[in-house]
Write a protein that binds this ligand. Structure first.
Ligand code: AMP
Ligand code: MN
Ligand code: MN
Ligand code: MN
Length: 281
């Protein structure tokens, strides 16, 4: 079965609305989809409804932005109750921080000759609560400043570049507490992408497990084959299950919905006890 447990709609920085996203997932052969928008759960009801119409399985998800040891991490919550008050209050606080950060990004870009970037980015954000760097990237592409998202990030939006600003997200223990309080399972997203040395990665996985974390994304759009093997090994070592997701944002950008290899055989899939099989999904 094809599980895709990480993707984005226009509720965060994806380009398809939740119903279009689910429709596309079904067309691409996904059997079970989790919608995991950044720091917002507003797309889940529409996506879940559409999944039922399309006859595919659906899991409520979210991808929470975290600062841990000075590094930004992403934690995916699966099977969350989107209405839980702790989760909702936590996400609302992150959203406020996002807006304030976006104003600072706009200001920094303005100092480097790119006027009105905040308003321009906002025009690309279908959900103004969830303004992020990708919306700035799409605006700069539209303005002809860069040719694609990858280039805008490299030239403008990562540490040391003109539009980068430091930002303090929520703490790892908060994200895990909200996910657990709402009945969900926490998964460390794309661990190969963080700016961490091997030792710090191990410390993170140990802490993540101690705080009640459940799984690690082993197969994701941003991992190499070597990283599939490495994180499968580390997940087993720390007693964490394994997840699989495309991290899809837009057609033609990076990995397609449902794309990528199966989990390595030695992993325990995070869905092993979900009671889902082809027949009932
Ligand atoms: P934000 O949460 O606003 O800082 O934006 C993070 C998002 O930006 C990620 O989820 C990706 O969608 C996108 N992103 C981050 N780094 C890159 C990159 N190097 N190239 C393209 N997209 C990126
Ligand atoms: Mn994103
Ligand atoms: Mn992420
Ligand atoms: Mn993501």
């Amino acid at each position: 079965m094809n599980f895709d447990l990480h993707c984005h709609s226009s509720i965060s920085d994806g380009v398809l609305n939740p119903a279009e996203l689910v429709q596309r997932a079904a067309e691409k052969g996904v059997d079970v989809l989790a919608l995991t928008d950044h720091d917002d759960v507003a797309g889940l009801a529409e996506a879940s409804q559409k999944a039922q119409e399309c006859g595919i399985g659906f899991i409520n998800g979210v991808e929470i932005s975290v600062t841990w040891s000075g590094v930004t991490l992403h934690v995916v919550g699966l099977n969350i109750n989107a209405n839980h008050p702790d989760l909702q209050a936590g996400l609302a606080a992150i959203q406020e921080g996002r807006r304030e950060r976006a104003e600072r990004i706009g200001h920094e870009l303005g100092k480097h000759g790119i006027a009105d970037a905040f308003d321009g980015a906002m025009r690309h954000a279908a959900n103004p609560r969830l303004i992020g760097r990708t919306h700035f990237a799409r605006h700069l592409i539209e303005q002809g400043v860069c040719k694609d998202v990858r280039t805008v990030f490299k030239k403008y939006l990562v540490r040391g570049k003109p539009g980068y600003v430091a930002h303090e997200w929520t703490a790892l223990e908060n994200a895990l507490a909200w996910i657990r309080a709402s009945g969900g399972q926490a998964v460390l997203a794309h661990p190969g992408r963080y700016d961490l040395k091997g030792k710090a990665t191990r410390r993170l996985l140990g802490e993540f497990k101690d705080l009640g974390g459940e799984g690690v994304e082993v197969v994701t759009g941003s991992h190499t084959p070597d990283q599939h093997a490495l994180f499968a090994e580390l997940a087993n070592f720390y007693g964490l299950t394994a997840s699989r997701g495309s991290d899809f944002h837009a057609p033609g950008e990076y990995r397609e919905l449902g794309g990528g290899p199966d989990l390595p055989l030695k992993c325990t899939p995070i869905w092993h006890n979900w009671g889902i099989n082809k027949h009932n999904s």
